[in-house]
Write a protein of this length. Sequence first.
Length: 251
Amino acid sequence: MESIKIFGVRVDKVSLKEAVCKVEEFLQGNGPKTIYTPNTEIIMEAKEDEQLKEVLNNGNLIIPDGIGLIYAAKIKKKPLVERVTGFDLSIEMIKLADKHSYSIFLLGGEEGIAKKAGEKIVEKYTNVKIAGYNNGYFKGAHIGFPGHEEEREVIEKIKQAKPDILFVGFGAPKSEKWMELYKDELNCKVMIGNGGTMDIIAGKVKRAPEVYQKLGLEWFYRLIKEPSRIKRQIALPKFMFKVIFGKDVVE
């Protein structure tokens, strides 16, 4: 699989269709396989966080979630195929689960969100098996308590469920670091850090309208809806500035 590096972070040159084919391979093989979904914000964080950079580069599939990554690669004449969002790939993974009766474990979000998301999934995709669910509000490595008793209980719950697919929704970079730390004992084939996907599926938040999606302006839509995100979204112009004026940005 071809890839490039943006500020030292690997990003795979895949279309959504190719990413789905790769996931199919993972599900037919032996786990665990990790899928990460970096956007400009995560890339900028990894630029300063060597541990996060190493985690991302160790992933089995790294999809270009942010429109800024597409622009950066194009500007530096090493274009990616297309933007592949974590949400879109997650939905395709649910469709695969429906087609082959795979099981999914939903981890993360507020109390009740994972359960609600699971209910919504099986309403639409009747062959999907929900192996289990758990909120993200337990003491564990994702909030600075690695190995805590509450975390061990959640890990055992996942291990006993033996899901084919694990959705991890702690938010970046918590999901990525947690997955890397525990991937070898979670007893699943494929896991993806997919941010607010479960919130959208559960109906807690709405995805940006299609016109924003097509223009790569989902970040702008979220900013309109949540002005408090301004501190996070400032990463995009910083990223583009460094891309335009920096050297050896894209390899």
